[in-house]
Design a protein. Structure first.
Length: 300
């Protein structure tokens, strides 16, 4: 191998300024990781609290691993502190950018999960504030449904009261669809004498008030409308306007707005909302090549 080839193979020695800059970047990334660890610990504490209160099940907990970020840091450290004091700046920059990108992605993921947990945890607390009788000893009889024939008036008032509780629980928890077999594992519905039967009775009451509809013939999936589609269309339009979304907006972009309550709306509702926006001349609906719908807002 010629002397010139050996020189080409030898990594370029980093300057003092570049090394100081790289060390500063590494320090900042390390601080970001420390902040992310703290955020992850807060999320895990919320998960413990939520499982203890039977708001979520242990198998619903999503693990957010940081080990691969640690590996990336090790590689950065190795590159920066090589024995010969030499560094391939391109390789270092590539790793640094990758770590920074992954840290941002993880933060968004953890924040989204943490936000949903906080909503679920506060849902029952808000419910108790609205209906303190749910944990009152003297009101334990409310967890048993009155006989429809012998005590018709009691049955009607029982059903109406529980319909309000279920409606507000769904609203506080920011749910749009509930599954009967799942909802009965959460407080306060877990205390029902005949859980599945009672939930169906209460759901039918909401349906009679035009506040819900069954999504399945088996009556195991219920859509609850705690906001009208008109209201949702206004909220989505305002979100798009305030965030400068002048390009066509697809469903996945709404799904990615995790901090917004509309992000988990059913697809068929979103498509109806697009049509409402078009009808109200607030947006133009576009049909994509794959058959999906998107919308482009009209600036007022």
């Amino acid at each position: 191998m010629s002397k010139m080839e050996k020189q080409r193979e030898k990594p370029k020695e980093i300057s003092k300024i570049d090394k100081e800059k790289a060390e500063k970047e590494l320090k900042e990334l390390r601080q970001e990781l420390a902040r992310l660890r703290k955020l992850k610990q807060e999320k895990e504490q919320l998960e413990i609290e939520a499982t203890q209160k039977k708001i979520i099940k242990e198998n619903e907990i999503k693990s957010t691993e940081l080990y691969y970020i640690e590996d990336q840091f090790d590689e950065l450290e190795d590159i920066l502190s090589s024995k010969l004091g030499e560094i391939d700046t391109k390789v270092y920059q590539k790793h640094a950018e990758q770590v920074e990108t992954e840290l941002q992605t993880l933060e968004e993921e953890i924040l989204g999960e943490k936000g949903l947990l906080e909503k679920k945890l506060s849902a029952y607390e808000n419910l108790l504030n609205a209906y303190p009788w749910l944990e009152e000893e003297r009101k334990k009889f409310m967890y048993t449904m009155p006989d429809k024939k012998r005590n018709e008036n009691d049955y009607i008032s029982w059903k109406a009261e529980w319909a309000k509780v279920l409606f507000d629980y769904v609203r506080f928890a920011v749910l749009h669809i509930i599954y009967t077999r799942e909802i009965i594992t959460h407080k306060p519905f877990i205390n029902f004498a005949k859980r599945e039967q009672y939930i169906i009775e209460i759901a039918e009451e909401l349906i009679s008030q035009n506040q819900a509809k069954w999504f399945s013939k088996k009556k195991d999936k219920l859509r609850v409308y705690w906001k009208t589609l008109e209201v949702w269309s206004d909220e989505i339009y305002n979100w798009a306007y305030e965030n400068g979304k002048i390009e066509p907006i697809m469903v996945y972009e709404l799904r990615e707005a995790k901090q917004e309550d509309f992000s988990s709306l059913p697809l068929e509702d979103l498509e109806e909302i697009f049509k409402i926006l078009a009808k109200n001349r607030k947006a133009k609906v576009l049909k994509l090549d794959n058959g999906q719908l998107a919308f482009k807002i009209r600036l007022e």
